[in-house]
Every structure is written in structure tokens, then in C-alpha cells.
Design a protein. Structure first.
Length: 294
């Protein structure tokens, strides 16, 4: 992708995001991630000069004298995008590859976070550290993260999610909301590390998929990595039995990672190549807000 095309792509995402934030995303984001605004702390007796709108009428009725709610200002939210930059994401059967979808997701949500004046950081990883950008505020900072993703030349091709999780656990000193973005196709068991990170931080897993992860094009024999059995299989895409087995294995693998995420109390979102993710993101916000309000 040449430089002018990259600039056009960034500008298009920024304009689209600004519209989405002003119409739907901002309200959903603020309602879902309680990092800003005010927070209720306690009630106390009413004193002259208090705002009558803060009177807690339930407590007032029980105590037979007026009580008011007190609030404190919440600290700003810190958001970290932890993105898998390994070679497995350079694939796709639609107009965008997985790594391009990953980039668009970070750019869209990054601009949303920025408009809400929260701090944003970025961790790019493969089987090692590729890039870490400490959290900061501002549009220039978001644009820096976007440029780093677009122009980054990876040091390694493989994936090690354990490394990324342990790195974040070591380096983050402030409670953060972490978007862990990957296709999660790895033979490594990273769930114990994830449990440790989840103890203090809020984690949302972004699962990047392409239709080809479940449906194969009829092109003959192809090698496919079976993550559960940790071996390479050769499949005949003209053979319905092989194609059915491939789909069953893929669905089984996804069911396994979803089950593990749920057991750890980690929310997740699917984003798929060739499909706009905005509605999925909004649906996630609404579902999460509803659950947290219980």
C-alpha cells in the first residue's frame, strides 16, 4: 500500500469514526467503560447549601431527615491495544486481510477512546516484543500508533500470546482495559497467564476471523494446521468429507477458546473479514452495559 493510499485510509477511518462517535459509539463506550465522570461514594446528612437534586429520598424517608448522595470524580480510563502482528494474520479471502481488519478496529476504537479523553497505549507482539507505546492522550498519539502498525516490519513470524500477557502483567502499574486482538491460533496454553492478568485488569478478547477459517475454496490439496492436535493435516478441498472435517475442527477450536474465556470472566468479540464490525461492537457494548448494570 503506497503512502497516499495509507493517508486516505486513515482519513476515511477518522471521518467515519467521528460520525459514529457522535451518533452511537460515544454513548455506548461511556456507558460500558466506567472510567470517567462521577462515582457514588456514600450518603450524609443534608446541610444548608447542598443541591436538592442530590437528596437520596429512600434514605431520607427511613431516617426522617434529609440525606444527600456524595460523589467523587473518577480517574480517567487507560486503554491498551495488545495486537498480534504475527504472519498468521496476513491472510484473508475477502477485500481485507486479517491484519488490515485488526488495524481498522484499533483505529476506530482508538479515535473513540481519544474523543473521550482517555489514555491509549499499544503493544504489538509476535513470539517476542515488536513494539510498545506507553499510554498517552491526544489525537497525535493515536495517529502515531496507527503509523507504527502500518509501517511496522515484524521481527518474527510466530505467535506467543503468553509472552504478550506476561509483558503486560509486568509493565502495567495502573488498572487498564486491555483489548487483546488475535486470531488465537496457537498451540500454547496461555490461559494461566491470562488469569493472572485478569486479576487486576479488564480484558476483552477480539477474535479475528475470515470466512476461510471455516469454509474452504475448492482448490485441491492444502496444508492445514490442527491447533488441538498440534500437527499439520493435508486436506482435499474437493472432498466433502475433508471439508466437513475442517469446518468441524475449526468450530471445535473456537468453542474451546470461548469456553476458556467465559471461565475466566473475559468478554470477547468476533470480527470477521468482509463484514463491518461496527454493529458487532455496538451490540457488545449494549450487552456488557446490561450485564454490568445488574
Amino acid at each position: 500500500m503506497i503512502y497516499k493510499e495509507i493517508l486516505k485510509k486513515i482519513k476515511r477511518i477518522e471521518i467515519t469514526t467521528r460520525y459514529l462517535v457522535n451518533t452511537v459509539l460515544q454513548g455506548e463506550y461511556l456507558s460500558t467503560f466506567k472510567g470517567r465522570g462521577i462515582e457514588f461514594t456514600e450518603v450524609r446528612e443534608y446541610v444548608e447549601g447542598d443541591d436538592v437534586r442530590t437528596i437520596d429520598w429512600n434514605v431520607t424517608a427511613r431516617m426522617n431527615q434529609p440525606y444527600v448522595k456524595t460523589f467523587i470524580e473518577e480517574r480517567e480510563l487507560q486503554v491498551i491495544f495488545a495486537a498480534d502482528l504475527s504472519a498468521s494474520l496476513i491472510s484473508g479471502s475477502k477485500e481485507n486481510l486479517k491484519n488490515e481488519l485488526l488495524f481498522e478496529f484499533i483505529a476506530t476504537l482508538g479515535f473513540t477512546v481519544n474523543i473521550n479523553n482517555d489514555r491509549v497505549g499499544f503493544l504489538g507482539f509476535t513470539s517476542e516484543l515488536e513494539k510498545f507505546i506507553p499510554p498517552k492522550k491526544g489525537k497525535k498519539h493515536i495517529l502515531r500508533i496507527i503509523r507504527e502498525i502500518l509501517y511496522h516490519e515484524r521481527k518474527n513470524q510466530k505467535t506467543n500470546i503468553n509472552f504478550a500477557i506476561n509483558y503486560l502483567n509486568h509493565i502495567l502499574r495502573k488498572k487498564s482495559t486491555i483489548f487483546l486482538i488475535s486470531d488465537f491460533y496457537t498451540a500454547d496454553d496461555f490461559y494461566d497467564s491470562l488469569r493472572a492478568l485478569r486479576y487486576y485488569h479488564d480484558i476483552i478478547a477480539i477474535i479475528v476471523r475470515d470466512p476461510m477459517d471455516f469454509e474452504l475454496l475448492p482448490i485441491g490439496l492444502i496444508p492445514v494446521y490442527d491447533a488441538e492436535n498440534k500437527k499439520v493435516l493435508w486436506l482435499d478441498t474437493f472432498n466433502k468429507k475433508d471439508v466437513g472435517k475442517y469446518k468441524k475442527t475449526s468450530l471445535s477450536y473456537d468453542n474451546k477458546i470461548i469456553k476458556n474465556f467465559k471461565s475466566l470472566g473475559i468478554d470477547y468479540i468476533y470480527i470477521t473479514c468482509g463484514k463491518p464490525f461496527i454493529q458487532d461492537l455496538i451490540a457488545f457494548f449494549k450487552k456488557r452495559e446490561k450485564r454490568l448494570a445488574r
